[in-house]
Design a protein around this ligand. Structure first.
Ligand code: KG4
Ligand code: ZN
Length: 357
Protein backbone atom coordinates (compact mmCIF):
# COMPACT_ATOMS: atom_id res chain seq x y z
CA UNK A 1 0.00 0.00 0.00
CA UNK A 2 1.36 3.42 -0.92
CA UNK A 3 -0.03 6.84 0.01
CA UNK A 4 0.79 10.44 -0.85
CA UNK A 5 0.52 13.03 1.94
CA UNK A 6 0.21 16.82 1.73
CA UNK A 7 0.90 19.19 4.65
CA UNK A 8 0.17 22.94 4.46
CA UNK A 9 -1.47 23.87 7.77
CA UNK A 10 1.14 26.37 8.95
CA UNK A 11 4.45 27.59 7.51
CA UNK A 12 5.72 24.39 5.89
CA UNK A 13 4.70 23.15 2.44
CA UNK A 14 5.42 19.43 2.45
CA UNK A 15 4.69 16.38 0.29
CA UNK A 16 5.71 12.77 0.91
CA UNK A 17 5.00 9.31 -0.44
CA UNK A 18 5.13 6.46 2.08
CA UNK A 19 4.46 2.72 1.86
CA UNK A 20 3.18 0.34 4.55
CA UNK A 21 6.69 -0.84 5.47
CA UNK A 22 7.43 2.78 6.47
CA UNK A 23 9.68 3.37 3.46
CA UNK A 24 9.71 7.00 2.27
CA UNK A 25 9.64 7.06 -1.54
CA UNK A 26 9.70 10.86 -1.52
CA UNK A 27 9.85 13.36 1.34
CA UNK A 28 10.00 17.02 0.30
CA UNK A 29 9.65 20.10 2.44
CA UNK A 30 9.76 23.81 1.82
CA UNK A 31 9.95 26.05 4.90
CA UNK A 32 8.62 29.59 4.77
CA UNK A 33 10.87 30.82 7.60
CA UNK A 34 12.59 33.44 5.43
CA UNK A 35 9.27 34.88 4.24
CA UNK A 36 7.83 35.24 7.76
CA UNK A 37 11.02 36.26 9.62
CA UNK A 38 10.63 39.98 8.89
CA UNK A 39 7.13 39.83 10.46
CA UNK A 40 8.53 37.94 13.50
CA UNK A 41 5.86 35.25 13.12
CA UNK A 42 3.60 33.48 10.63
CA UNK A 43 1.28 35.76 8.61
CA UNK A 44 -1.64 33.50 7.59
CA UNK A 45 -2.45 35.20 4.27
CA UNK A 46 1.20 35.24 3.16
CA UNK A 47 1.54 31.59 4.22
CA UNK A 48 -1.48 30.53 2.14
CA UNK A 49 -0.18 32.32 -0.96
CA UNK A 50 3.26 30.75 -0.55
CA UNK A 51 1.68 27.26 -0.30
CA UNK A 52 -0.24 28.00 -3.48
CA UNK A 53 2.92 29.18 -5.27
CA UNK A 54 4.94 26.06 -4.48
CA UNK A 55 2.64 23.09 -3.95
CA UNK A 56 2.17 21.98 -7.59
CA UNK A 57 5.92 21.96 -8.20
CA UNK A 58 6.53 20.03 -4.98
CA UNK A 59 3.86 17.45 -5.88
CA UNK A 60 5.40 16.88 -9.31
CA UNK A 61 8.89 16.61 -7.78
CA UNK A 62 7.65 14.01 -5.26
CA UNK A 63 6.05 11.94 -8.02
CA UNK A 64 9.22 12.16 -10.15
CA UNK A 65 11.42 11.17 -7.21
CA UNK A 66 9.25 8.19 -6.26
CA UNK A 67 9.00 6.75 -9.76
CA UNK A 68 5.25 6.26 -9.19
CA UNK A 69 2.39 7.88 -11.01
CA UNK A 70 -0.60 9.49 -9.24
CA UNK A 71 -2.75 6.75 -10.72
CA UNK A 72 -0.62 3.99 -9.04
CA UNK A 73 -1.10 5.39 -5.55
CA UNK A 74 -3.55 3.70 -3.17
CA UNK A 75 -4.67 6.95 -1.57
CA UNK A 76 -4.20 10.70 -1.38
CA UNK A 77 -4.04 12.19 2.12
CA UNK A 78 -4.04 15.87 3.04
CA UNK A 79 -4.14 17.78 6.32
CA UNK A 80 -7.69 19.14 6.62
CA UNK A 81 -7.15 20.82 10.02
CA UNK A 82 -6.50 22.08 12.60
CA UNK A 83 -4.41 24.99 11.37
CA UNK A 84 -4.41 28.26 9.45
CA UNK A 85 -7.48 27.86 7.29
CA UNK A 86 -6.10 29.46 4.08
CA UNK A 87 -3.10 27.13 4.02
CA UNK A 88 -5.19 24.09 4.96
CA UNK A 89 -7.56 24.84 2.03
CA UNK A 90 -4.66 24.98 -0.45
CA UNK A 91 -3.30 21.53 0.50
CA UNK A 92 -6.72 19.98 0.96
CA UNK A 93 -8.02 21.16 -2.44
CA UNK A 94 -4.85 19.96 -4.18
CA UNK A 95 -5.30 16.54 -2.56
CA UNK A 96 -8.98 16.35 -3.50
CA UNK A 97 -8.21 17.40 -7.08
CA UNK A 98 -5.63 14.63 -7.49
CA UNK A 99 -7.98 12.10 -5.88
CA UNK A 100 -10.84 13.14 -8.19
CA UNK A 101 -8.73 13.27 -11.38
CA UNK A 102 -7.18 9.84 -10.81
CA UNK A 103 -10.15 8.24 -9.10
CA UNK A 104 -8.19 7.50 -5.90
CA UNK A 105 -9.54 7.46 -2.32
CA UNK A 106 -9.13 10.73 -0.40
CA UNK A 107 -8.14 10.72 3.29
CA UNK A 108 -8.77 13.83 5.41
CA UNK A 109 -5.97 13.86 7.97
CA UNK A 110 -6.07 15.62 11.32
CA UNK A 111 -2.69 17.34 11.73
CA UNK A 112 -2.48 16.36 15.42
CA UNK A 113 -3.21 12.72 14.59
CA UNK A 114 -0.39 12.86 12.04
CA UNK A 115 2.03 13.99 14.78
CA UNK A 116 0.56 11.40 17.15
CA UNK A 117 1.11 8.45 14.79
CA UNK A 118 4.60 9.42 13.55
CA UNK A 119 6.30 7.22 16.16
CA UNK A 120 4.56 4.20 14.58
CA UNK A 121 6.12 5.10 11.23
CA UNK A 122 9.65 5.33 12.60
CA UNK A 123 9.69 3.14 15.74
CA UNK A 124 7.04 0.48 15.19
CA UNK A 125 5.17 1.28 18.42
CA UNK A 126 2.14 -0.80 19.46
CA UNK A 127 -1.11 0.56 20.90
CA UNK A 128 -1.80 1.65 23.57
CA UNK A 129 0.93 4.19 24.23
CA UNK A 130 1.47 7.32 26.26
CA UNK A 131 1.91 10.47 24.20
CA UNK A 132 3.16 13.95 24.96
CA UNK A 133 2.22 16.13 21.99
CA UNK A 134 4.01 19.47 22.10
CA UNK A 135 3.90 21.88 19.17
CA UNK A 136 3.46 25.57 18.41
CA UNK A 137 -0.30 25.36 18.97
CA UNK A 138 -0.86 22.38 21.28
CA UNK A 139 0.47 20.79 24.47
CA UNK A 140 -1.35 17.63 25.51
CA UNK A 141 -0.88 14.35 27.34
CA UNK A 142 -2.83 11.57 25.62
CA UNK A 143 -3.48 7.88 25.94
CA UNK A 144 -3.36 6.60 22.37
CA UNK A 145 -5.51 3.48 22.18
CA UNK A 146 -5.68 3.15 18.41
CA UNK A 147 -6.06 5.06 15.16
CA UNK A 148 -8.76 7.66 15.89
CA UNK A 149 -8.93 6.67 19.57
CA UNK A 150 -7.27 9.38 21.67
CA UNK A 151 -8.07 10.01 25.32
CA UNK A 152 -7.00 13.33 26.70
CA UNK A 153 -5.22 13.10 30.07
CA UNK A 154 -4.24 16.76 30.42
CA UNK A 155 -3.46 19.85 28.39
CA UNK A 156 -2.16 23.38 28.70
CA UNK A 157 -4.55 25.90 30.14
CA UNK A 158 -3.00 28.82 28.27
CA UNK A 159 0.01 28.97 25.90
CA UNK A 160 1.33 25.90 24.11
CA UNK A 161 4.91 24.96 24.98
CA UNK A 162 6.18 25.88 21.49
CA UNK A 163 4.44 29.24 21.83
CA UNK A 164 6.20 29.84 25.18
CA UNK A 165 9.53 29.04 23.48
CA UNK A 166 8.75 31.35 20.56
CA UNK A 167 7.55 34.26 22.70
CA UNK A 168 10.46 33.96 25.14
CA UNK A 169 12.91 33.76 22.25
CA UNK A 170 11.46 36.97 20.82
CA UNK A 171 11.92 38.70 24.21
CA UNK A 172 15.59 37.62 24.08
CA UNK A 173 15.96 39.23 20.66
CA UNK A 174 16.10 35.94 18.73
CA UNK A 175 14.62 35.63 15.23
CA UNK A 176 11.57 33.52 14.34
CA UNK A 177 11.17 30.54 14.70
CA UNK A 178 12.39 30.95 18.25
CA UNK A 179 12.31 27.45 19.79
CA UNK A 180 15.45 26.00 18.19
CA UNK A 181 17.22 29.39 18.49
CA UNK A 182 16.52 29.54 22.22
CA UNK A 183 17.83 26.01 22.67
CA UNK A 184 21.10 26.90 20.89
CA UNK A 185 21.47 30.12 22.88
CA UNK A 186 21.10 28.19 26.17
CA UNK A 187 23.99 25.97 25.02
CA UNK A 188 26.18 29.08 24.90
CA UNK A 189 25.92 29.40 28.70
CA UNK A 190 29.08 27.71 30.06
CA UNK A 191 28.38 24.54 32.12
CA UNK A 192 29.98 26.04 35.24
CA UNK A 193 27.62 29.01 35.02
CA UNK A 194 24.43 26.91 35.13
CA UNK A 195 23.83 27.40 38.86
CA UNK A 196 24.53 31.13 38.51
CA UNK A 197 21.99 31.26 35.65
CA UNK A 198 19.31 29.64 37.81
CA UNK A 199 20.10 31.91 40.80
CA UNK A 200 20.25 35.08 38.72
CA UNK A 201 17.16 34.36 36.62
CA UNK A 202 14.76 32.30 38.75
CA UNK A 203 11.59 31.32 36.88
CA UNK A 204 8.26 30.03 38.21
CA UNK A 205 7.22 26.40 37.83
CA UNK A 206 3.53 26.80 36.92
CA UNK A 207 1.12 24.08 38.15
CA UNK A 208 3.90 22.30 40.04
CA UNK A 209 2.43 19.95 42.64
CA UNK A 210 -1.14 20.44 41.41
CA UNK A 211 -3.29 17.31 41.07
CA UNK A 212 -3.88 16.09 37.52
CA UNK A 213 -1.50 16.81 34.69
CA UNK A 214 -2.66 20.05 33.13
CA UNK A 215 0.06 22.51 32.21
CA UNK A 216 0.47 26.29 32.05
CA UNK A 217 3.24 28.21 30.31
CA UNK A 218 2.10 31.83 30.03
CA UNK A 219 3.60 32.75 33.44
CA UNK A 220 7.00 31.53 32.29
CA UNK A 221 7.00 33.88 29.34
CA UNK A 222 5.90 36.80 31.57
CA UNK A 223 8.75 36.05 34.00
CA UNK A 224 11.22 36.00 31.08
CA UNK A 225 9.93 39.43 30.07
CA UNK A 226 10.39 40.76 33.62
CA UNK A 227 14.01 39.51 33.72
CA UNK A 228 14.73 40.77 30.21
CA UNK A 229 13.62 44.27 31.23
CA UNK A 230 16.27 44.34 33.99
CA UNK A 231 19.10 43.66 31.53
CA UNK A 232 21.19 46.45 30.05
CA UNK A 233 21.13 47.27 26.36
CA UNK A 234 24.27 46.27 24.40
CA UNK A 235 24.17 49.61 22.57
CA UNK A 236 22.41 48.05 19.55
CA UNK A 237 19.03 47.72 21.20
CA UNK A 238 19.72 44.10 22.17
CA UNK A 239 20.35 42.25 25.40
CA UNK A 240 24.05 41.31 25.79
CA UNK A 241 24.49 37.80 24.37
CA UNK A 242 26.15 36.28 27.47
CA UNK A 243 23.31 37.47 29.71
CA UNK A 244 20.67 36.30 27.25
CA UNK A 245 22.38 32.88 27.17
CA UNK A 246 22.08 32.60 30.97
CA UNK A 247 18.41 33.53 30.86
CA UNK A 248 17.87 31.01 28.05
CA UNK A 249 19.64 28.33 30.16
CA UNK A 250 17.32 29.06 33.07
CA UNK A 251 14.28 28.87 30.75
CA UNK A 252 15.35 25.54 29.20
CA UNK A 253 16.08 23.95 32.57
CA UNK A 254 12.82 25.23 34.09
CA UNK A 255 10.80 23.84 31.17
CA UNK A 256 12.49 20.45 31.61
CA UNK A 257 11.82 20.46 35.37
CA UNK A 258 8.17 21.46 34.86
CA UNK A 259 7.67 18.83 32.17
CA UNK A 260 9.31 16.14 34.30
CA UNK A 261 6.90 16.80 37.18
CA UNK A 262 3.80 17.09 34.95
CA UNK A 263 4.74 14.03 32.86
CA UNK A 264 5.30 11.88 35.96
CA UNK A 265 1.72 12.65 37.01
CA UNK A 266 0.40 12.08 33.51
CA UNK A 267 2.04 8.63 33.37
CA UNK A 268 0.26 7.73 36.61
CA UNK A 269 -3.07 8.73 35.04
CA UNK A 270 -2.20 6.80 31.88
CA UNK A 271 -1.54 3.66 33.89
CA UNK A 272 -4.88 4.02 35.70
CA UNK A 273 -6.58 4.71 32.35
CA UNK A 274 -5.14 1.60 30.67
CA UNK A 275 -5.17 -0.81 33.63
CA UNK A 276 -8.59 -2.09 32.52
CA UNK A 277 -9.15 -4.00 29.29
CA UNK A 278 -7.85 -3.68 26.66
CA UNK A 279 -4.77 -5.06 28.32
CA UNK A 280 -1.85 -2.68 28.10
CA UNK A 281 1.14 -3.64 25.97
CA UNK A 282 3.75 -5.48 28.09
CA UNK A 283 6.09 -2.48 28.07
CA UNK A 284 4.08 0.60 27.13
CA UNK A 285 5.93 3.32 25.29
CA UNK A 286 6.39 6.94 26.27
CA UNK A 287 6.21 8.83 22.99
CA UNK A 288 6.92 12.50 22.40
CA UNK A 289 5.82 14.21 19.18
CA UNK A 290 5.35 17.66 17.63
CA UNK A 291 7.84 20.45 16.89
CA UNK A 292 9.07 20.85 20.49
CA UNK A 293 9.93 17.12 20.57
CA UNK A 294 13.09 18.23 18.73
CA UNK A 295 14.34 19.85 21.95
CA UNK A 296 17.32 17.82 23.20
CA UNK A 297 16.85 18.73 26.86
CA UNK A 298 13.19 17.68 26.78
CA UNK A 299 14.04 14.41 25.01
CA UNK A 300 16.70 13.58 27.62
CA UNK A 301 14.32 14.39 30.49
CA UNK A 302 11.58 12.17 29.04
CA UNK A 303 14.01 9.34 28.27
CA UNK A 304 15.11 9.27 31.93
CA UNK A 305 11.51 9.37 33.07
CA UNK A 306 10.63 6.46 30.76
CA UNK A 307 13.48 4.38 32.21
CA UNK A 308 12.41 5.26 35.76
CA UNK A 309 8.81 4.27 34.89
CA UNK A 310 9.64 0.96 33.16
CA UNK A 311 8.55 2.30 29.76
CA UNK A 312 10.34 2.37 26.43
CA UNK A 313 11.08 5.83 25.10
CA UNK A 314 10.29 6.74 21.51
CA UNK A 315 10.72 10.02 19.69
CA UNK A 316 10.67 10.56 15.93
CA UNK A 317 13.97 11.62 14.36
CA UNK A 318 14.40 15.43 14.64
CA UNK A 319 13.52 15.85 10.95
CA UNK A 320 10.06 14.33 11.53
CA UNK A 321 9.26 16.23 14.77
CA UNK A 322 8.29 19.48 13.05
CA UNK A 323 5.61 19.59 10.38
CA UNK A 324 6.35 17.33 7.41
CA UNK A 325 4.63 15.39 4.63
CA UNK A 326 5.66 11.91 5.81
CA UNK A 327 3.52 12.14 8.94
CA UNK A 328 0.44 13.06 6.88
CA UNK A 329 1.09 10.28 4.34
CA UNK A 330 1.58 7.78 7.20
CA UNK A 331 -1.58 8.86 9.07
CA UNK A 332 -3.43 8.58 5.75
CA UNK A 333 -2.05 5.09 5.24
CA UNK A 334 -3.02 3.99 8.76
CA UNK A 335 -6.56 5.20 8.14
CA UNK A 336 -6.79 3.79 4.62
CA UNK A 337 -5.83 0.29 5.73
CA UNK A 338 -8.72 0.43 8.21
CA UNK A 339 -11.01 1.44 5.36
CA UNK A 340 -11.35 5.00 6.65
CA UNK A 341 -11.66 7.31 3.64
CA UNK A 342 -13.41 10.65 3.26
CA UNK A 343 -15.79 12.22 0.73
CA UNK A 344 -14.58 15.00 -1.53
CA UNK A 345 -16.92 17.50 0.15
CA UNK A 346 -15.13 17.11 3.50
CA UNK A 347 -14.69 20.58 5.02
CA UNK A 348 -11.45 22.12 6.23
CA UNK A 349 -11.46 22.65 9.99
CA UNK A 350 -9.45 25.43 11.66
CA UNK A 351 -10.18 23.75 15.01
CA UNK A 352 -10.32 19.97 15.23
CA UNK A 353 -9.53 18.42 18.64
CA UNK A 354 -8.04 14.92 18.55
CA UNK A 355 -10.82 13.51 20.72
CA UNK A 356 -13.34 14.57 18.01
CA UNK A 357 -11.89 12.33 15.30
O1 KG4 B 1 4.74 20.85 15.12
P1 KG4 B 1 5.28 22.15 14.65
O2 KG4 B 1 6.34 22.13 13.57
O3 KG4 B 1 4.15 23.09 14.14
C1 KG4 B 1 2.90 23.11 14.78
O4 KG4 B 1 2.08 22.21 14.49
O5 KG4 B 1 2.74 24.01 15.64
O6 KG4 B 1 5.87 22.90 15.94
C2 KG4 B 1 6.49 24.15 15.85
C3 KG4 B 1 6.92 24.59 17.23
C4 KG4 B 1 7.42 26.03 17.24
O7 KG4 B 1 6.85 26.69 18.35
C5 KG4 B 1 8.92 25.87 17.38
O8 KG4 B 1 9.56 26.98 17.99
C6 KG4 B 1 8.99 24.64 18.25
O9 KG4 B 1 8.02 23.78 17.71
N1 KG4 B 1 10.32 24.01 18.20
C7 KG4 B 1 11.15 23.90 19.28
C8 KG4 B 1 12.33 23.28 18.81
N2 KG4 B 1 12.18 23.02 17.47
C9 KG4 B 1 10.93 23.46 17.13
N3 KG4 B 1 10.98 24.28 20.56
C10 KG4 B 1 12.01 24.04 21.40
N4 KG4 B 1 13.18 23.45 21.03
C11 KG4 B 1 13.38 23.07 19.76
N5 KG4 B 1 14.52 22.49 19.40
ZN1 ZN C 1 2.54 20.47 13.76
Amino acid sequence: MIVLGIESSCDETAVAIVDDTGKLHADLLLSQFDIHREHEGVVPEIAARAHLDHLDRLLQAAIDESGYDFANLDGIAATCGPGLIGGVMVGMMAGKAIAAAHNRPFIAVNHLEAHALTARLTENIDFPYFLLLVSGGHSQFLAVHGVGDYRLLGSTQDDALGEAFDKSAKLLGLPYPGGPQLESLADECPKDKTDDAHARFPLPRPMSGRPGCDMSFSGLKTAVRTHALTLPDDGNGRIPRAEAAMLARSFEDTVCAVMEERTRRAIKLFRENTSHPPTPAPTPALVVAGGVAANRGLRATLKNLAEESGMTFAAPPIKLCGDNGAMVAWAGLERLRLGLTDPLDTAARPRWPLEDI
